[in-house]
Design a protein around this ligand. Structure first.
Ligand code: SF4
Length: 452
């Protein structure tokens, strides 16, 4: 649907910005531009364009980012969809979206820049803007992103950059997640500061995306540019206005604000101010761009943060979780092979030529109870009935995380406490469980003391 209406600037805080309706033809142009990012010997290096989100993804785990690039990003989870919907609501509090047809890559970039000019005007006039698109450069690479929120301080100390994260749980996330969000905020400031202090490299930008500077923008876009206070005809005009506005921007404060909101009722879980750390963010951006350009291999999740691998959909393909098995065959006349069966067990088979069958001669692990994470956290594995069975460690204290999955034999999700731990009341302590052993230690039956 295309709206012919020219957006009107409202005197209220809510103002209108155009959004893009992308035709198939234009999408292929944009994809061609972005495909620079993916078409290389490692499929993504030699790129000219980079998203701010790529820097954060890489900080979480570059190897996972590499999997995303090669295999495609996983579908958005429910929590992510709820988060996006909340951001749309926050955006609509200050901005009314207007649909605009975008016919070319030139118009795609021009619209981003006009929206930036519009957003900065709104910041100066109303003291607040949200979802501000940003196009910047670092190490010769074009970086695009969207700043969540910018507030002008009443004290006149300059704008404050704000990032709002929504959570499905009513608690603050782990430090690595908070660090990742801090990086996002600091990247905003880094690129904003760059726009202030360094002239926007228009020529480089045009060459990187093979854009025609004399491209005449549609009437719709030109009219919107007038509303944004930046009358233009061509892409080159937009670049000139963008450069000018960037040079006039107020510098953001060194204090950056990170807010966490509970998805269920939008209540504030917590907010923290962080001081901008130029050295850290510069190091992170350079390191990320080195990886992006293919100048080094992807790094893995930090050793003390390998719990991330439990939530990683590529864990089974990640080299960090694989092992090399080699063997020498004593009798070369025996025909044999190794396979991994549908339960994930390694089997060694020998060909019995007289019977014309393959016979399993070795299975690893030897005991199905030694299958890693078969019963998950607080789960225990028993094969008393010759059939491996998962149970919760103590049915009175724990219950399966997902009863339906357990019923169909998938117990890897493990168990959770029926009643949360209450360390303050003094009613919780330790209980000794006898005759249990951990996976991979079958020969060392252990008596363990676990918190209950
Ligand atoms: S398994 Fe771990 S190290 Fe490998 S890609 Fe996933 S998160 Fe990164």
């Amino acid at each position: 649907m295309v709206s012919d209406e020219i957006p009107q600037i409202s005197s209220s805080l809510a103002t209108e910005i155009p959004i893009e309706i992308v035709s198939d033809e234009e999408m292929s142009l944009i994809e061609a531009a972005f495909s620079l990012a993916f078409a290389t010997k490692r499929t993504y290096n030699n790129s000219s364009s980079y998203c701010l989100g790529d820097i954060e993804d890489g900080e979480w785990c570059e190897k996972q980012k590499e999997f995303f690039l090669v295999c495609g990003k996983p579908k958005a989870s429910r929590a992510m969809k709820v988060g996006s919907a909340r951001h749309a609501v926050l955006e609509e509090e200050v901005i009314t979206r207007v649909e605009v047809l975008v016919r070319s890559a030139e118009e795609h970039w021009a619209l981003k820049m006009i929206n930036f000019i519009h957003g900065t005007n709104q910041l100066i006039l109303d003291g607040l803007t949200r979802e501000l698109p940003l196009i910047g450069f670092a190490e010769g690479v074009c970086v695009v992103g969207v700043i969540d929120e910018i507030q002008m301080m009443k004290s006149g100390d300059g704008p404050t950059l704000v990032e709002t994260k929504t959570r499905s749980q009513n608690n603050l996330p782990s430090e690595p997640q908070q660090r990742n969000a801090r990086l996002q905020l600091m990247c905003y400031k880094y690129f904003w500061d760059n726009l202030l202090t360094q002239p926007f490299p228009s020529q480089l930008f045009l060459e990187l995306f093979s854009l025609n500077p004399d491209y005449v923008l549609s009437k719709e876009i030109r009219e919107f540019a007038i509303q944004a206070g930046a009358p233009v005809q061509t892409l080159n005009d937009v670049l000139g206005k963008y450069q000018y506005v960037c040079s006039m921007l107020p510098g953001p404060r060194d204090q950056l604000l990170l807010r966490y909101e509970y998805q269920q009722d939008q209540s504030l879980i917590g907010e923290n101010e962080y001081l901008y750390d130029y050295d850290w963010v510069t190091h992170q951006i350079r390191s990320s761009i080195e990886f992006w350009k293919g100048e080094r291999e992807a790094s893995y999740a930090l050793e003390n943060e390998r719990w991330k691998c439990r939530h990683c959909m590529y864990a089974s393909r990640c080299p960090i979780n694989t092992a090399l098995i080699s063997y020498n065959q004593v009798d070369s006349s025996v025909i044999s092979k190794s396979t991994v069966n549908s339960s994930g067990h390694l089997e060694r088979l020998a060909c019995l030529e007289d019977k014309k069958i393959w016979e399993v001669i070795v299975t690893l692990p030897k005991d199905t109870r030694d299958t890693h994470k078969k019963c998950g956290a607080y789960g225990s594995c028993s094969n008393a009935d010759a059939e491996t069975l998962c149970l919760c460690l103590d049915e009175k204290i724990f219950k399966p995380v997902n009863k339906e999955s357990w019923e169909i034999g998938d117990s890897a999700g493990g168990c959770v406490r029926r009643i949360p731990l209450d360390c303050k009341s003094g009613t919780n302590g330790f209980i000794k469980y006898s005759y249990y052993h951990l996976t991979y230690s079958f020969f060392s039956t252990t008596n363990c003391s676990c918190s209950r």
